[in-house]
Design a protein around this ligand. Structure first.
Ligand SMILES: NC(=O)c1ccc[n+]([C@@H]2O[C@H](COP(=O)([O-])OP(=O)(O)OC[C@H]3O[C@@H](n4cnc5c(N)ncnc54)[C@H](O)[C@@H]3O)[C@@H](O)[C@H]2O)c1
Length: 255
């Protein structure tokens, strides 16, 4: 995806942007000429990521440390990035232990980042959008917020797609609808993307099981996602709101 959308003049903030998807989103947004606030709970921008951006001549960004679970941190970030017109709620965590072993701490942590973080950032960054009657919020859900994970895919790999992850991602999809209805009168659109399983050098046995359920017979690549993110950040999607765009090679069709 190269410069399919002209995002010149847009100020876009991405949370959890040091991670796999965040890096891809930021790169595509910069290539589309947006200014990007790269934010993450980590103290600094990921070193390799910064180098990769520099190699591509992409420098129109600012890094801000942001813990989405802390209202104080989000307020401080919003004071520094006061002109954000597009918020991409991308920060998210998962746990991989089985349901039978779920701990209170795991439930609280995943709820905090995935749900509380998305609500806090949306609340605080939409204030300015409401004032100027323009804005876009893009949430990151998952196909596992739409369909349940199939235990057979994970086998005895020691990894599971968890109950609390599924619950929070389904919550993000409904939160997207709620906020779209709530904020629509202010010319703010709110949409979600629901990626499939993104390729990240998983074990071959996992990939084979996964592909058996995937009509397009390949895992999701970050390149499959970035065009939709740029589209949702662009003016071309100005009348689309409350939608969840599933990008999964057809995985959810087979449930
Ligand atoms: N990778 C996939 O297969 C996949 C599939 C569907 C949906 N998703 C969703 O996409 C989003 C990004 O996933 P990813 O694969 O890039 O994950 P990742 O683990 O590579 O990156 C997540 C980033 O979020 C940051 N983070 C964690 N807690 C934070 C906090 N409190 N405040 C701010 N940042 C925090 C981490 O430091 C990390 O850089 C998540 O919401 C995830 O649930 C991922």
């Amino acid at each position: 995806m190269k410069n399919q959308y002209d995002l010149k003049g847009k100020k876009i903030l991405v949370t959890g942007a040091n991670g796999q998807l965040g890096q891809a989103f930021v790169t595509a947004l910069l290539e589309s000429k947006a200014f990007v606030y790269i934010t993450d709970i980590q103290d600094e921008i990921n070193n390799d990521f910064a180098k990769a951006l520099a190699d591509k001549g992409l420098a129109d960004y600012k890094y801000i440390k942001l813990d989405v679970t802390s209202e104080k941190s989000v307020e401080a970030c919003a004071a520094e990035a006061s002109d954000v017109g597009v918020l991409i709620n991308n920060a998210g965590i998962a746990v991989f232990t089985p349901f039978e072993q779920r701990t209170e701490e795991e439930i609280d942590n995943v709820m905090k980042v995935n749900i509380k973080g998305t609500i806090l950032c949306s609340k605080i960054f939409s204030r300015k959008m409401i004032k100027i009657k323009s804005g876009k919020i893009i949430n990151t859900a998952s196909m596992y917020g739409v369909v349940p994970a199939d235990k057979k895919i994970y086998g005895d790999s020691g990894r599971n797609s968890s109950d609390i992850y599924a619950a929070t991602k389904a919550g993000i999809i409904q939160l997207t609808r709620y906020l779209a209805a709530y904020l629509g009168e202010h010319n703010i659109t709110v949409n979600a993307i629901s990626p499939g399983g993104v390729f990240n050098n998983q074990k071959q046995v996992f990939i084979d099981n996964f592909l058996e359920k995937t009509p397009m017979k390949r895992m999701t690549y970050t390149d499959d996602l970035v065009g939709t993110v740029c589209f949702l950040a662009s003016d071309d999607s100005g009348y689309i709101t409350g939608q969840n765009i599933v990008i999964d090679g057809g995985f959810t069709l087979n449930q």
